[in-house]
Design a protein around this ligand. Structure first.
Ligand SMILES: *[C@@H]1O[C@H](CO)[C@@H](O)[C@H](O)[C@H]1NC(C)=O
Ligand SMILES: *[C@@H]1O[C@H](CO)[C@@H](O)[C@H](O)[C@H]1NC(C)=O
Ligand SMILES: *[C@@H]1O[C@H](CO)[C@@H](O)[C@H](O)[C@H]1NC(C)=O
Length: 361
């Protein structure tokens, strides 16, 4: 913006005195000469307009042939590396899913980036519409600009109303209706991953999804062999964290997708099995086989506990944060979870109140 202004302003200043002095000159000249001058001026303007038009529509080469190679167009297509590494400024692209997945599966073969790449975390939200805990996310992300990106998949009919200062503003991706337990849910997750992959800086992909609903076992179907053996059958929640490599293997999959689409239908809830099973087969060695999302199943039943206003106490935070053991990069760690679920909208106020003390933000 700054350079644009400083380029434009001198031009304007230079132009005005020139025109004035010429006008002063012409006042003293016969009327015929003035007419000629006006004609000449008109010709110049028309020529400029034609030049601009030609550049816009036929590129700079078209203009070169009319001998104005020194002309600097005011708008240029990026021709450097930027063109390939700049994230899309508008998430509302017009690609179909097929086109999007293809585009997202493009991957550089040379592993060393020839520019300074700051890896970012992509937070992906799969929601019907509203994000009741948005203020908590806002606070969590504050001050970390440039290290995260946000993607939201909601009902296509949902009209978001985020203020332009919000981290969620303009972060909705082109969405479609998706149903629990159906392939359309996996499609939505793949859509999120694929859109996030379009930004080459995104390195880790964190899924933050609503509760999936009923859980069950014995959902394997023999028709899935030989691509999927029952020994490879996995179950997981939609809350996951993957790196860029795994994200690409998820969006590029055409081997397992048709099997799951055809043979994992309710009561086989495909959104609980497709990704965990597929990545186990493709990249089992790189999996942690655990969740980084804390959740309370202790009450039993098909749904984990939901916490509301009255539950959010200091004791609750201690229960959630203390007494865990896990390994992280082959080291023992007591920090085993980065996220927690499930929280009702009513939990927001006490969460905001206690977050500085227990969560550090
Ligand atoms: C599944 O894997 C097991 C053990 O690797 C093997 O014995 C069995 O034949 C496989 N089943 C199918 C249907 O391929
Ligand atoms: C996770 O399970 C896969 C097999 O399903 C195994 O290859 C991998 O080593 C396991 N990861 C860890 C960290 O134990
Ligand atoms: C991690 O903890 C386990 C059990 O407490 C212990 O046996 C192991 O040696 C520890 N590993 C490291 C790397 O400290």
């Amino acid at each position: 913006m700054q350079t644009m202004q400083s380029r434009v302003v001198p031009l304007e200043e230079g132009k005005d005195p020139g025109v004035t002095s010429r006008t002063n000159q012409t006042k003293a000249l016969p009327i015929r000469l003035l007419q000629l001058f006006v004609l000449f001026l008109l010709f110049c303007i028309t020529f400029s307009v034609i030049s601009i038009f030609t550049i816009r529509h036929f590129g700079i080469n078209g203009v070169m042939t009319t001998a104005t190679s020194s002309f600097q167009p005011c708008y240029e297509e990026p021709s450097g590396l930027d063109r390939w590494i700049k994230p899309p400024s508008n998430l509302q692209h017009t690609m179909t899913d097929k086109e999007l997945l293809w585009r997202a599966s493009l991957m550089p073969r040379i592993k060393k980036y020839p520019f300074e790449r700051v890896p970012k975390i992509a937070f992906m939200f799969l929601t019907r519409g509203p994000l009741p805990l948005a203020p908590l996310w806002e606070r969590f992300l504050k001050g970390h600009e440039g290290h995260y990106s946000i993607y939201i998949h909601s009902l296509p009919s949902f009209q978001p109303h985020f203020h332009s200062s919000s981290v969620f503003y303009g972060r909705h991706i082109p969405s479609q209706v998706s149903e629990w337990g159906r392939m359309s849910m996996c499609d939505a997750e793949r859509r999120l991953l694929a859109n996030a992959l379009l930004d080459i800086s995104n390195e880790r992909f964190i899924g933050a999804f609503d509760d999936p609903g009923p859980f069950g076992r014995g959902r394997y179907n023999n028709n899935m062999a030989p691509e999927v053996n029952i020994t490879q059958w996995r179950k997981g929640s939609q809350w996951f964290e993957v790196n860029r490599k795994l994200a690409i293997s998820i969006v590029e999959d055409t081997t397992f997708y048709p099997k799951f689409e055809k043979f994992c239908r309710p009561a086989c809830y495909v959104d609980e099995h497709y990704f965990p099973t597929m990545v186990t087969i493709q990249a089992g060695n790189s999996l942690a086989n655990r969740s980084i999302t804390w959740v309370d199943w202790s009450r039993g039943g098909p749904h984990p506990a939901t916490f509301g206003r009255a539950d959010i106490t200091e004791e609750f935070f201690k229960r959630m944060l203390e007494g865990h053991r896990c390994t992280y990069n082959d080291r023992n760690s007591s920090i085993c979870f980065l996220f927690g679920r499930k929280f009702a909208p009513s939990a927001m106020e006490p969460l905001l109140h206690l977050a500085p003390k227990f969560l550090g933000f």
